[in-house]
Design a protein around this ligand. Structure first.
Ligand SMILES: NC(=O)c1ccc[n+]([C@@H]2O[C@H](COP(=O)([O-])OP(=O)(O)OC[C@H]3O[C@@H](n4cnc5c(N)ncnc54)[C@H](OP(=O)(O)O)[C@@H]3O)[C@@H](O)[C@H]2O)c1
Length: 288
């Protein structure tokens, strides 16, 4: 299939280009250097020239605190940018897969969210991703909305690297115990998306590594698996960690819809171990 991937220079987009290319799709990766998704004319023109059968829209402004400081820009890029991409896809008869976020939920429940549970974003990033969802859902009937959470990837900034760097440099670690979600490995997510698009079963999906944990438990697992068992982490609450954005406290997702189609991801602990193994942080074979 001829597939256009936006956000191709990003953590997930880069992995999508590799994974889909390895499965013999004709993949064209684009990023902000090629065109700005917030510019409708440029988006429409480029999509028209490329004429894909499917657009995987992974581009976004993912700086959650930045979005809280500049909600209009968040909306411009994540909300109306997704609208532009959805319109451009519809104009060339392409299907669209929009990568969304667990932050479209309020996080006030205690049960993992299912695909058709009510959304209620509580911060500007979540709101902007929710607007993107609404646009995609209404403008192109051949849509997949894939919500995910807490991505970690090789290269670039992510929680796993930050925890390991702090531990290695002997910096004090303070991590929140009351923010819960699903750590998700971009390699696993890219493979699951590649499986999903084969089905042509359009709809809303929650593609995350299986299981959920707090940021504290996530950090503890990373340190315990990499020989930092003695490293202390001070458990704190969200109220003790002031930041511009307010994260939904319990925003774990359940992959119910994908599972019905056989699209599943392994438990998050196994995914973290596989990541650490590929980074050379733990012995080969330990991450299976
Ligand atoms: N990271 C997570 O934990 C997480 C969790 C849930 C959902 N998601 C969603 O998953 C998707 C991929 O996330 P990611 O972590 O791979 O993001 P990422 O690494 O930040 O990559 C996003 C890419 O989009 C580009 N971009 C930003 N603004 C753009 C614009 N106006 N026009 C064109 N391209 C633009 C970025 O370029 P610059 O870097 O130059 O800005 C970047 O290369 C996003 O839709 C995100 O909302 C992420």
């Amino acid at each position: 299939m001829r597939i256009l991937v936006t956000g191709a220079a990003g953590r997930l987009g880069g992995r999508l280009v590799e994974t889909l290319g390895a499965r013999d799709h004709a993949v064209i990766g684009v990023d902000v250097a090629d065109f700005d998704i917030a510019d409708f004319a440029a988006t429409n023109r480029t999509v028209g020239q490329i004429a894909p059968a499917l657009i995987i829209h992974a581009a976004a402004w993912t700086d959650v605190d930045g979005c809280a400081r500049d909600p209009e820009q968040a909306l411009r890029v994540n909300g109306y940018g997704a609208q532009n991409v959805a319109l451009a896809a519809a104009a060339v008869g392409a299907a669209i897969l929009y990568v969304s976020s667990n932050e479209v939920f309020s996080g006030t429940t205690k049960q993992p969210y299912r695909e058709y549970d009510a959304t209620a974003p509580i911060n500007p990033y979540g709101y902007s991703k929710w607007v993107g969802e609404r646009a995609v859902l209404t403008l192109n009937p051949r849509h997949y909305v894939v919500r995910t959470a807490w991505l970690f990837a090789h290269g670039g900034k992510n929680f796993v690297q930050s925890i390991l760097n702090a531990a290695t440099q002997g910096k004090p670690l303070r991590v929140v115990t009351d923010e819960i979600a699903n750590p998700t490995y971009t390699d696993d997510l890219a493979a699951a998306i590649a499986d999903l698009i084969e089905t042509e079963r359009y709809g809303i999906y929650h593609l995350v590594n299986e299981g959920a944990c707090s940021r504290y438990e996530f950090a503890r697992h990373i340190l315990d698996r990499t020989g930092h068992i003695e490293t202390h982490i001070e458990p704190i609450t969200l109220s003790e960690w002031p930041r511009a954005s307010t994260p939904p406290p319990f925003a774990a997702l359940e992959n119910l819809h994908g599972k019905l189609l056989g699209v599943t991801l392994r438990p998050w602990q196994a995914a973290v171990d596989a990541f650490l193994e590929r980074e050379g942080r733990i012995e080969r074979g330990a991450g299976r």
